[in-house]
Design a protein around this ligand. Structure first.
Ligand code: CA
Length: 449
């Protein structure tokens, strides 16, 4: 009888554990090149920890973001919606006094939704979705914030000379504020990437008993190119100084991801945690020494180099390791997380729960069409199946077949198909709101206003 009770008790415990809602960790790199991690073929920068996610999970070989620069891409990711639907059409200006400069309050973040399911939520790192009081992380569903509100930051703490954004009078000095812990400036002493990794592990340790969402938003390897000797010394073999510093920055992030994974393992929660890794846009190759491999162009462009990113996701309890080749997009993370948290999002989302597709329970493509637009440049991209229609300064309204031309070098002639794709695109454009705010590129006009 005693043995039976023990066996029965064990069974109950096992059942309770498997029903626990999954933890969710989204690790976002900033301006990382497509070919700059091991699982996309990088040779000169080892990324063993990022590759652990890829080896234990699914690699999306056609993984996209919703925009080729930081701000709008993050707005799409965190709302699960094409950001142009709500007018987040540009990279915002850093304007702490402007309540309209950022993610509008009509939008609900993944944190807001997961909170309704009892999750504890943290953002560690770069926010970039509004610096006004009403737009800060604590007003957008996050219980804990450690990081900075601007679109980038310096990496050495001795350069953090302003208490907060209210003291900043010159552009780009946004990068020199003290880091914030729940809106209070702190005296950080570590290299930025190391500090963010440390905070991520601290949050996991404190919250591992109950479901949590951690948005680990590194700003590595975004400019400025700054790394410590600890990481630089790993790359003495790289002659190009820009590439060498960039490699060191990627390596620091990889170390951080290593201690995050280790913490999940030590606390026995690795198997029921969804861990996603991706970049917010393609690499600006000339600016930071990144490498988009065979993809055309980079950050800012509607060609593949701007919007296709290294993207992998693991969830050992649910997902068998492998590759998934049909197009997916960052917004899908919203759909996956909310589905398994048991939440029905209030807003209509564009993301799709990919798990049944990955596991082969559902066939067909999760996204028959994906689209991108920059309203200021009138550049756009439309992907349907293996085809992509691109309008860019360097190529007007050209159709490519990515199945044998991943580098988008040889336009094909199929006006029936391109007209059809253009119609789909125009219908989608008609659903969009007007841009809500002037962007970083228009800050002269903004200041005059
Ligand atoms: Ca970026």
């Amino acid at each position: 009888m005693k043995i039976l009770l023990i066996v029965f008790g064990f069974f109950l415990c096992g059942a309770a554990v498997s029903q626990q809602k999954p933890n969710v960790i989204i690790i976002l790199a900033d301006d990382l090149g497509y070919a700059d991690v091991g699982f996309t073929g990088c040779k000169d920068i080892p990324t063993p920890n990022i590759d652990r996610i890829a080896n234990q999970g699914v690699v999306f070989t056609n993984g996209y973001v919703t925009y080729p620069v930081c701000g709008p891409s993050r707005a799409g990711l965190i709302t699960g919606r094409y950001q142009n639907r709500f007018g987040f059409a540009r990279n915002p200006i850093i304007a702490p006094n402007d309540p309209n400069m950022g993610l509008p309050l009509s939008e609900r973040t993944l944190a807001t939704e997961l909170k309704t399911a009892g999750y504890t939520n943290a953002i560690i790192g770069k926010w970039h979705l509004g610096a006004h009081e009403t737009l800060k992380p604590d007003r957008r569903g996050f219980d804990y914030f450690y990081g900075f509100l601007s679109g980038g930051h310096r990496y050495f703490p001795e350069e953090y000379i302003y208490n907060d954004l209210s003291e900043v009078t010159r552009d780009w000095d946004w990068y020199r504020t003290k880091l914030l812990r729940n809106n209070k400036p702190v005296e950080e002493t570590e290299y930025l990437t190391d500090a963010l990794s440390r905070e991520a592990v601290g949050f996991i340790e404190q919250n591992q008993e109950n479901p949590f969402f951690l948005y680990l938003s590194y700003n590595a390897p975004h400019a400025p190119l700054q790394a410590t000797e600890k990481y630089l010394s790993r790359f003495d073999h790289i002659q190009d100084e820009k590439r060498r510093t960039y490699a060191a920055m990627v390596s620091a992030m990889d170390d951080g991801i290593g201690i995050v994974l280790e913490s999940l393992k030590t606390n026995g929660i690795l198997d029921n945690t969804i861990v996603a890794f991706l970049s917010d846009n393609g690499g600006p190759e000339y600016a930071n020494g990144s490498d988009n491999g065979q993809l055309r162009e980079g950050k800012g462009s509607m060609f593949e180099g701007g919007v296709r990113v290294p993207f992998t996701l693991m969830w050992p309890d649910k997902i068998t390791p492998g590759q998934y080749h049909l197009p997916v997009i960052s917004m899908d993370l919203f759909a996956i997380a909310s589905t398994y948290a048991g939440v029905t999002p209030q807003n209509n989302i564009d993301g799709v729960n990919l798990v049944p597709y990955i596991n082969g329970e559902v066939s067909g493509s999760p996204h028959p069409t994906l689209m991108w637009v920059n309203v200021d440049k009138n550049s756009y991209g439309v992907r349907s199946g293996s085809h992509k229609l691109v309008n860019e300064a360097t190529s007007s309204n050209s159709l490519y077949d990515l199945s044998d031309d991943i580098s988008e070098q040889s336009p094909i002639d199929n006006s029936l198909l391109s007209d059809d794709m253009l119609r789909t695109y125009n219908n989608w454009r008609n659903e969009h709101s007007e841009p809500l705010f002037l962007g970083l590129e228009q800050r002269g006009a903004y200041k005059r206003k």
